[in-house]
Design a protein around this ligand. Structure first.
Ligand SMILES: [Mn+2]
Length: 355
């Protein structure tokens, strides 16, 4: 039995869909087990097809999950599948499909009486709840990222550039089993640390904060962590700012539990930062889900209404304070929501480190 197919077909029934056309790499991998950015799936009420061209067909045959039939494109043709499976309502990934791909699909099936329906957040909803093997992959990626942090603390010196710090982190992760970086590694120092998603520069590390935000990928699953250290000695203001971010992060993590409101988690961290005199300097949300993509459902922000945390979700907790022209600091852990509680998946020191 393929539980993912069952879950998807239950959603398809709710939306009255006869089939779904899957083109995004993440949903393709999630459903079929096949990592093929150029392939597509057709999942009907009864059948499920993996279409892979010559470059990927051998891997597809090896990796396809139970319930999937692996085919070369055209064998059968999409028209044959639509006719044989009597597909009248075809769902497509409106959030992940280009306009031209959709136009091409409509052209291919022109005259067959097929209606095309956007599926919206079907996959993101299913994927937000992780199975134990998915959690294990995220944790494996996180262990590699933690190794990279220990490594950078050993090799970092005043002559290194931000680019070199990023390269060192990524090289360590790749050498230790990461498929690729989770996203473009952030390593920003001095005034550039005030940019939450700053790009590493080919300049020597500047005094003050050095923020490193990065992650590894294992089995397609991403990790995400941020650590901010101090280049040189931390003065009183830097220490106070750092400890405020840390206190906000710890307070939010303490409050996280199954059934807690996402928006409340954001508020706990934000109030603490505001009340310490940094109102307006925490300009992004508290966190986000992590999985096959670096940013997934659920969001952890003030705009989440009455949405509550569910067991099986993995979220980041990453408050920060950023003062343009001066510096910024962020601390980020990943937390798994468990039945009645939570487990911090990040195992990495958070006390202020001076280099
Ligand atoms: Mn993050």
């Amino acid at each position: 039995m393929n539980l993912r197919l069952n879950a998807l077909r239950a959603k398809m029934a709710e939306m009255n869909l006869d089939a779904i056309y899957v083109n995004s790499a993440e949903n393709h991998l999630y459903m079929s087990g096949v990592d093929n950015p150029d392939g597509h799936l057709v999942i009907t009420k009864e059948k499920a097809y993996v279409f892979a061209d010559f470059r990927y067909i051998e891997a597809a045959r090896a990796d396809a999950r139970e319930g999937f039939e692996v085919c070369l494109p055209g064998k059968p043709t999409l028209n044959e599948v639509v006719r044989d499976c009597n597909i009248k309502n075809f769902g497509y990934e409106d959030r992940r499909m280009t306009c031209s791909s959709l136009a091409g699909l409509k052209k291919t099936l022109d005259g067959m009486g097929v209606e095309f329906c956007p599926i919206g957040g079907i996959f993101t909803e299913i994927r937000s709840i992780k199975t134990p093997d998915e959690v294990a992959s995220v944790e494996a990626a996180q262990r590699i990222a933690e190794g990279a942090f220990a490594h950078i603390l050993k090799v970092i010196n005043y002559n290194m550039t931000e680019t070199e710090v990023a390269a060192e982190l990524e090289y360590y992760m790749k050498k230790n089993g990461s498929e690729k970086p989770s996203f473009d590694t952030i390593a920003v120092s001095g005034t550039a640390s005030a940019r939450p998603h700053g790009v590493p520069r080919p300049v020597k590390l500047e005094k003050g904060f050095l923020t490193m935000d990065y992650g590894a990928v294992v089995n397609g699953y991403h990790s995400d962590m941020t650590r901010t250290i101090v280049i040189g000695k931390a003065d009183e203001e830097i220490t106070r700012l750092y400890n405020t971010v840390l206190a906000a992060q710890c307070a939010a993590i303490d409050a996280i539990t199954e059934g807690a409101k996402n928006a409340d988690m954001d508020k706990i961290a934000r109030d603490l930062i505001d009340n310490a005199g940094y109102k307006g300097y925490f300009g992004h949300s508290l966190g986000h889900g992590v999985g096959l993509e670096i940013h997934e459902q659920p969001g952890v922000s003030g705009g989440m209404g009455d949405t509550t945390l569910k067991a099986g979700q993995i979220i980041t907790v990453e408050p920060g304070i950023y003062i343009e022209g001066k510096y910024g600091c962020r601390i980020e852990d990943m937390v798994l929501i468990t039945p009645g509680g939570k487990r911090n998946l990040t195992n990495c020191p958070k006390e202020l480190i001076e280099i």
